[in-house]
Design a protein around this ligand. Structure first.
Ligand SMILES: C[S@@+](CC[C@H](N)C(=O)[O-])C[C@H]1O[C@@H](n2cnc3c(N)ncnc32)[C@H](O)[C@@H]1O
Length: 291
């Protein structure tokens, strides 16, 4: 079967499957940017839709997660389209490219604006799989094996659940490259919790000695620290919930828009938070420190 015939066929099956009733059952009052009946080729390439066009229960969370992420990025990406004839976007720790390819699909099908999209991941197998998915979906995205800390030449840097300090590395690279938009949904921030494990005295001792509380608290404090460091580097920052906790507990999105004017109080706020919680720096602070 040719690719064109395959694409036509999955689109037909999805349209037949997604009756008004099934669509209403799935979406309720949500307005996702890609609906299963209309984005079947991409959603099948991503492995979210089954061969019959259905969305298996185990894939529903990922489907809503990437839709939410794009919805929250939309205003910032709209501003970039107004500013740049071709928007360059980098997805760091792109994994199997769910977000990367949805953004490429939106650029072509919804926004009708040229984007140069690149996905980088340190895992070569995932990079190969992402390239395969892009080919199946018919989307022009460049995937490369690389590290989160590599030089960035992009108007927007996104990182969805890049592991531990990879989020800090992606933010630092975005700052160094003067990206207009940096948007990260962090994951498993273990660094601060590791540093706190050695501490025992002080007001936070009750948190430090309980591994679970240490991890949970460290995640929020890490994100607050990242926000202040971004502000100190000339970004306006908003940390928000990006999907309801039922989809994933890693549901914070830090969205930073470059103004070029560092917030004068931000570095002091970072240092005060660090010192009040045990004096442990996060990787982003080290990345930003002059050599
Ligand atoms: C939890 S997965 C998320 C993948 C994808 N963004 C998504 O949401 O589906 C984290 C990804 O980050 C990648 N990663 C972790 N550390 C990295 C680093 N330092 N540089 C590049 N990629 C990294 C991993 O290989 C993995 O694919």
């Amino acid at each position: 079967m040719t690719h064109a015939r395959w694409a036509e066929s999955i689109a037909e099956r999805a349209q037949a499957y997604w009756t008004a009733e099934r669509t209403a059952q799935l979406l309720g009052d949500k307005q996702p940017i890609i609906r299963p009946a209309e984005g079947a080729v991409l959603l099948r390439a991503l492995g979210l839709l089954g061969d019959d066009g259905s969305l298996p229960p185990g894939k529903v969370r990922k489907y809503f997660q990437i839709n939410h992420m794009v919805a929250l990025l939309s205003p910032a990406l709209k501003a970039l389209r107004e500013r740049h004839a071709v928007v360059r976007l980098l997805d760091v720790g792109c994994g199997r490219s769910y977000l990367t390819l949805l953004l490429a699909w939106c650029a072509r099908e919804v926004w009708n604006h040229p984007f140069e999209i690149r996905g980088v991941d340190r895992n070569a197998e995932l990079v190969a799989e992402s390239q395969r998915r892009a080919d199946v979906a018919g989307l022009a995205v460049r995937f490369e094996v690389g590290d989160a800390g590599e030089t960035v030449d992009a108007h927007a840097v996104v990182a969805l659940h890049a592991c531990d300090t990879a989020t800090c590395a992606a933010i630092a690279a975005g700052i160094a490259g003067q990206a207009d938009v940096i948007a990260v949904a962090p994951c498993c921030q273990a660094e601060l919790a590791r540093g706190w494990a050695a501490l025992s005295d002080g007001a936070f001792a009750a948190v430090w000695r309980m591994p679970h509380l240490r991890r949970e608290t460290a995640a929020d404090v890490t994100d607050a620290m990242r926000s202040e460091l971004l502000r100190s580097a000339g970004y306006d920052v908003l940390a928000m919930e990006f999907v309801p906790a039922e989809h994933t507990r890693k549901n914070t999105l830090i969205r930073a828009i470059r103004t070029g004017a560092p917030h004068p109080d931000a570095m002091a706020a970072y240092q005060a938070l660090r010192d009040a919680t045990g004096g442990v720096d996060i990787a982003l602070a080290r990345f930003l420190r002059p050599a």
